[in-house]
Ligand binder design. Sequence first.
Ligand SMILES: Cc1cc2nc3c(=O)[nH]c(=O)nc-3n(C[C@H](O)[C@H](O)[C@H](O)COP(=O)(O)OP(=O)(O)OC[C@H]3O[C@@H](n4cnc5c(N)ncnc54)[C@H](O)[C@@H]3O)c2cc1C
Length: 469
Amino acid sequence: MTEREFDVVVLGAGPAGEVCAGRLGESGLDVAVVESHLLGGECSYYACMPSKGMLRPGELLTEVRRIPGVAEAVTGELDAAAVLRRRDEIVHHLDDSSQVAWLESRNVTVFRSPGRLDGERRVVAGDDTLVARKAVVVATGSSPLIPPIDGLREAEPWTNREATTAEEVPGRLAILGGGVVGVEMAQAYSSLGSTVTVIERGDRLIPREEPFASDDVEQSLREKGVDVMLGTSAAAVRAESGEVTVETGEGGPVRADELLVAIGRRLNSDDIGLDTVGLEPGRPVDVDDSMRSPAHDWLYAIGDVNGRALLTHMGKYQARIAADVILGYPTGCVNTTADGSRSPRVIFTDPHVAAVGYTLDAAQQDGLNVRAVDVPTQGNAGASFYGRDDARGTTRLVVDEDRNVIVGATFTGPEVAEFLQAATIAVVGEVPLDRLFHAVPSFPTRSEVWLYLLEKLGLAGPCGGPQRS
Ligand SMILES: Cc1cc2nc3c(=O)[nH]c(=O)nc-3n(C[C@H](O)[C@H](O)[C@H](O)COP(=O)(O)OP(=O)(O)OC[C@H]3O[C@@H](n4cnc5c(N)ncnc54)[C@H](O)[C@@H]3O)c2cc1C
């Protein structure tokens, strides 16, 4: 056992851990990162990046088929093998050497081993004990949750890891769970040629989003030939002769060549030595808004493992906050409006679902005095060039009537992911509605959706009033 001292030890190098380590290292601190698998974490290799690589070709083909002139030029189906080859390039063939180089160029020492806390400021990584002078940052992320369904584990289902690294497209794919991962993978595999069935216990897909977003995604998946079974639970699973059968009480058995489990995530906090510092293993590592544990002033937790927002961009945001707190920079201005469960989020189906802040229902449940205004996302001149007739979509703003600011926005429509940042700025910046009149969208862009939203709110005047209806 060798003992080595660093200013900061970061446990886990997914997007959150590596951003935090890099920021600390380039600011002059002596930093160690302990990573058991690949630097870049789940997002780079088995989640965000490969899934979007698998979705984009199908999305593009759907869009091209909507546009006269170019539709005639593209007549075939997707080349699934080529799509998977491009996906492999996007994930660098599971080679993290460029990320190792990025960290090492910032004075970060990489330990490739599982790591565990071992009492105050100490992390054990293989034969090394790393002692942190200033802080330990836990960034161990999350893993797929496998529910205790009879026969499920024995059937060796796919998780996001197999779904994003598969070399072949199964003829029939069953997906347990109609959340974000479930609907994205349903669309991706359907576009690559699988016959897909989604089994969802609840009465709608993507239940945390606005109901119209659930409806839009469900209708679109059905149009693409996906069998969406709502209100349906998996009671038991059997695997025999290369076929998986999911017994459902409600809808009869579902037979498939592969079964993907996409019902949620388990935080990687059960085997990282939390008990050695008096914290409960298996629970989210509780932190305050500076990402510091209320129990220990040297312990920080960022990314999925603190359970605040299981999204890469939020983990990276938390990483920058934690690094700046450790560096002693002022962070009193940290505005957590976009933090937690109401952070910006995009579902890359066709239509996209792009949302920030509250849904109407969530705002009302929190006791806010809100009203919603809806317009068609495609109801403007700019939309003549995108989507066209069969592209559905709604845009909703949720307005706090007491403060005259937007507290939530949801866009559904073709390729609306990039719309979201404008709404995020309005929500996080708490821009008064009257000011938004002066943020003039260019003609003919689909951003004119803002103009129609403000008009519908009765606010499309230079000084906000008089109220129009
Ligand atoms: C299919 C799918 C698609 C997704 N798409 C998106 C998307 O488009 N956009 C988005 O924002 N989010 C997306 N997410 C969520 C996103 O992947 C996670 O929020 C993000 O990866 C979390 O980053 P993290 O750094 O907290 O953890 P992780 O990425 O999970 O990284 C944690 C790292 O810690 C390491 N580790 C764990 N335990 C130890 C240990 N004891 N010792 C050493 N190392 C350890 C792991 O090997 C891993 O590298 C998606 C998730 C899934 C499953």
